[in-house]
Design a protein around this ligand. Structure first.
Ligand code: HEC
Ligand code: HEC
Ligand code: HEC
Ligand code: HEC
Length: 157
């Protein structure tokens, strides 16, 4: 009898863990989708549609790793819900370094470098004279559209 109970409890715990883990994974996937991002970043959606990367998802360029993304994401939801930042109006900070790591991961992977060693050599030289990829390339957002955004002053922070 006691053994049975132990087994039942063990099963309950296992099922609960599976549900929690499944929920977390689903939530992670949901909050990484383009549709989620554009609820707060409608302007960026438009400039992205007309940019060079409409087939590359937001998160592919803007990730800093799942844990950091979700921690920063929670903070952003908090800032938005408490009216401290209005992501549609306010000037948003850009962290170019992280974005650039992701550019490099896609465009300068070992396969490409092997195919086009000159590309890598030229770009090493370019990067000695320019602070980032974005000084020469438009990348994720069509600049003309991006510049139409007239951010207001931030509410607080
Ligand atoms: C609930 C609203 C909300 C959602 C949803 C949201 N953001 Fe943001 N985002 C913000 C706010 C607010 C800021 C400004 C944060 C700050 O001031 O530190 C911001 C800033 C940013 C920035 C500029 C700062 C940085 O981290 O480089 C990027 C890029 C960004 N968001 C991308 C995304 C992506 C990609 C998604 C979808 C995975 C997303 N956002 C979903 C509200 C949101
Ligand atoms: C998820 C992978 C991925 C990421 C991240 C990414 N790109 Fe791209 N990029 C592509 C794809 C796919 C194309 C379409 C053309 C191709 O196949 O090369 C492209 C096209 C381009 C082009 C045009 C190339 C041409 O032949 O005209 C440039 C320039 C470029 N990307 C720069 C960047 C920069 C700068 C960043 C970082 C902000 C970046 N990319 C991030 C995948 C990516
Ligand atoms: C100083 C300007 C400059 C900087 C900085 C720069 N590029 Fe370029 N990029 C160019 C020029 C010019 C070309 C076309 C000639 C060439 O391939 O060298 C080019 C071509 C490209 C192409 C197209 C290659 C092809 O033909 O398929 C991609 C993709 C690209 N760059 C990505 C990047 C990424 C990613 C970074 C940042 C790590 C970057 N570039 C930084 C000037 C720059
Ligand atoms: C190919 C890479 C790439 C993709 C895909 C991409 N972005 Fe960006 N994003 C950038 C770069 C690069 C910057 C920085 C531009 C700058 O500061 O010049 C940026 C800046 C931003 C900012 C900061 C605000 C600002 O004006 O600088 C937000 C918010 C943002 N992107 C949201 C998004 C959302 C939402 C999506 C998907 C709909 C998306 N991005 C898709 C590369 C990308």
């Amino acid at each position: 009898m006691k053994k049975n109970r132990t087994i039942i409890w063990a099963l309950v715990v296992v099922v609960a863990l599976v549900v929690v883990l499944g929920g977390t994974l689903k939530l992670t996937a949901m909050t990484s989708s383009d549709n989620f991002c554009i609820t707060c970043h409608a302007y960026e959606k438009v400039s992205w549609d007309y940019g060079q990367h409409p087939d590359v998802g937001c998160i592919a360029c803007h990730t800093k790793g799942v844990v950091q993304d979700k921690t920063a994401g929670l903070r952003k939801v908090y800032l938005t819900l408490t009216d401290q930042v209005d992501p549609h109006r306010d000037n948003l900070p850009s962290y170019l370094d992280k974005t650039q790591d992701n550019c490099i991961a896609c465009h300068m992977d070992s396969e490409r470098i092997a195919l086009m060693p000159v590309f890598k050599e030229r770009h090493d030289e370019y990067l000695r004279h320019a602070p980032s990829c974005m000084s020469c390339h438009e990348a994720g957002h069509a600049l003309k559209l991006k510049d139409l955004r007239t951010p207001g002053t931030r509410l607080r922070i």
